[in-house]
Design a protein around this ligand. Structure first.
Ligand code: 5GP
Length: 204
């Protein structure tokens, strides 16, 4: 909570294997954030439910939403389209609720351009070796795919310095990384820019 009663937008990015989804789950469990459910044209994975992890939609529907200016940002990622529906994010922010956008870097930069107050957090393992070991540990991909993901991670790192915060996710320490994000939230909520009403009303 802050005096202006405006929610904050938290953009969370990081390469595949950074552990960002686990951290986001822990953050959502605190009840201090809403989750922006993206629209995507990719097929659901086993266990994924429409409207929970994503809104799974067709390319036609995606194009229609794009044309109707319904996305806050959108990007393509390994052949699929992803977009953040604008309205829920704006409604939550106006209702004083913090929102997490778990999105890749191209979309993240679009949000920052439109909403400079958004807080950008880059989640990463401590080094490339750990990243590679985590991706290999999943055991779900062949060598070509794995190398593709590593190359993608390298490209994502090129935008590292555009982010406000780097949160290092050490081995088995998603709890710690989530705590760091909560500290960032505490600090951000104390910005004077989030508490202008305190100043305006103080002597009235
Ligand atoms: P996945 O298909 O593995 O769930 O997600 C692939 C990538 O797309 C991840 O980096 C994820 O953070 C990102 N992503 C998910 N939703 C969105 C979105 O709405 N916009 C953008 N730009 N990226 C997204």
């Amino acid at each position: 909570m802050n005096f202006d009663n405006k929610g904050l937008i938290f953009i969370i990015s990081g390469p595949a294997g950074s552990g960002k989804s686990t951290i986001v789950k822990k953050l959502l469990a605190t009840g201090r954030f809403e989750f922006s459910v993206s629209a995507t044209t990719r097929a659901p994975r086993p266990g994924e439910e429409d409207g929970v992890q994503y809104h799974f939609i067709t390319h036609e529907k995606f194009d229609e939403m794009l044309k109707d200016d319904m996305f806050l940002e959108h990007a393509e990622y390994v052949g699929n389209c992803y977009g953040t529906p604008k309205k829920p994010v704006e409604d939550w922010v106006n209702a004083g609720k913090n929102v997490i956008l778990e999105i890749e870097v191209i979309g993240a930069l679009q949000v920052k351009e439109k909403k400079p107050e958004a807080i950008m957090i880059f989640i990463t393992p401590p080094d490339a070796e750990t990243l590679e070991a985590r991706l290999r540990g999943r055991g779900t991909e062949d060598e070509a795919h794995l190398l593709g993901r590593l190359a993608k991670a390298r490209r994502e790192f090129e935008s590292f310095d555009k982010y406000d915060y780097a949160v290092i996710n050490e081995q088995e320490s998603a709890d710690k990384a989530a705590e760091v994000v909560l500290k960032i939230l505490d600090a951000e909520e104390h910005r004077t820019s989030c508490n202008k009403t305190l100043f305006e009303n103080f002597f009235n």
